[in-house]
Design a protein around this ligand. Structure first.
Ligand code: XUL
Ligand code: CO
Length: 436
């Protein structure tokens, strides 16, 4: 029985369409810069927000109307919900999905029972993947909701909690492998601190690195070849998350010899909470060859918390796509909508509107970004700004042919520098608006 009987599938109808249940920009098979939109964008639906979020907030109960869900924590309900999820994703036309272990299957009374629950639902997920061709972008384990993780998981002060988390990730890796997952994400849940007076930061970070090494070792042992990612976030739920931004994550990965094994999954709202722009963290990750995947959402400029809204800002999407294209585009990763409809948008239909809007925003952004690259004026201006490095003194410095003494000699002879030239920021910003 269909849960969305009024919707057959979401068609592409082009920019002039007035149909709210159609794409105006996302045409999966359209070629942009030599690749289909489907392959460029690799859209993914997240299970936790779209199928498990009750749409509560700190001031009120959930509002979500999900007629297919009986509200129980039974395996039967979980299996039914999984089938509905695939009906939704298939009708939407997204090629991927992502989940936490505990989104898809209920926790039992013991680890063994919980694992059995997960296996039962994974069986349904596998059937639905095979039926629809929808693939698992990445799996992950929820190491933050259960009270046992109140002090964190891989950074917990309680070694037993650490061991439980290890067992949980072991199982999540097995299930991700079984479902052909393209990757596995570590978002640091409660890996951070609330109070430094009771925190041994060095010990926690050492233990976290040890945990990630164990995960990588186990994945290799069972033949999981998907890409691992760390997802930076500066705060929430802890006041300081260790994986606070792309630079902090890279520093951690380098310090603990993990650079070969993990890339970054950059989430827009997390980056803005860190006080950066998305463009900034994408550059930091991209220039370190660690730009892996994107959790596509947005925050609200007036609410300083992780509102995880669907992205609708074309300027932002164009910027993201411009930077992604610059670094070769997505390979193992995807454009994963870690986003939820707002509490007032409680009907199932809103799930369609939200995803259609997000997909169209990024498809539009992709077309704009490809045009910006093809036109080349931005790149030319950037190159022009650095022309002093392309020959003469700059080239010699970059070839390590100078030291402080030789540079001093040169400036003593010259007396002062050749005049600087304008950075042309306003001109560049005007130029970007021409493409939108
Ligand atoms: C939390 C968040 C997570 C991760 C997966 O802010 O973004 O949902 O994406 O654990
Ligand atoms: Co996320």
């Amino acid at each position: 029985m269909s849960s969305f009987p009024e919707i057959k599938s979401i068609p592409y109808e082009g920019p002039d369409s007035k149909n709210p249940l159609a794409f105006r920009h996302y045409d999966a098979s359209e070629l942009v810069a030599g690749r289909t939109m489907k392959d460029h964008l690799r859209f993914s639906v997240v299970y936790w927000h779209t199928f498990r979020n009750p749409l509560s907030d700190p001031f009120g109960a959930g509002t979500a109307m999900r007629p297919w869900d009986d509200g129980s924590e039974s395996v039967e309900n979980a299996c039914k919900r999984a089938r509905v999820a695939f009906e939704f994703i298939e009708k939407l036309g997204a090629p991927f999905y992502a989940f936490h272990d505990r989104d898809v299957a209920p926790e039992g009374n013991s680890l063994a029972e919980t694992n059995r629950n997960l296996d039962a639902v994974a069986k349904v997920l596998k059937e639905e993947q095979e039926r629809t061709g929808i693939q698992l972008l990445w799996g992950t384990a929820n190491l933050f909701s259960h009270p046992r993780y109140m002090h964190g998981a891989a950074t917990s002060c309680n070694a037993d909690a650490y061991a439980f988390a290890a067992a949980q990730v072991k199982k999540a890796l097995e299930v991700t492998l079984e479902l052909g997952g393209h990757g596995y994400v570590f978002w640091g849940g409660r890996e951070g601190y609330q109070n430094l007076w009771n925190t041994d930061m060095k010990r926690e970070l050492d233990n976290l690195a040890r945990f990630l090494h164990m995960a990588v070792d186990y994945a290799r042992k069972i033949g999981f070849e998907g890409q691992f990612y760390i997802e930076p976030k500066p705060k929430e739920p802890t006041k300081h998350q260790y994986d606070s931004d792309a630079a902090a994550c890279l520093n951690f990965l380098r310090q603990y010899d993990l650079m070969d094994h993990l890339k970054l999954n950059i989430e827009t709202n997390h980056v803005t909470l860190a006080g950066h722009t998305m463009q900034h963290d994408l550059e930091v990750a991209g220039s370190a060859n660690a730009l892996g995947s994107i959790d596509a959402n947005t925050g609200d400029a007036l609410l300083g918390w992780d509102t995880d809204q669907f992205p609708t800002n074309i300027y932002l999407a164009s910027t993201v796509m411009y930077t992604l294209l610059k670094y070769g585009g997505l390979t193992t990763g995807g454009m994963n909508f870690d986003a939820k409809v707002r509490r007032e948008s409680f009907e199932p239909l809103d799930l369609f509107y939200a995803h259609i809007g997000g997909m169209d925003t990024f498809a539009h952004g992709l077309k704009i970004a490809a045009a910006m690259h093809a036109d080349g004026r931005l790149e030319t201006m950037l190159q022009e700004r650095y022309r002093s490095w392309n020959g003469g003194l700059g080239e010699a410095i970059e070839n390590n042919q100078h030291d402080f003494a030789s540079l001093e000699k040169r400036m003593l002879e010259q007396g002062d520098i050749t005049p600087n030239q304008s950075g042309r920021q306003e001109l560049i910003e005007n130029l970007i608006n021409q493409y939108l």
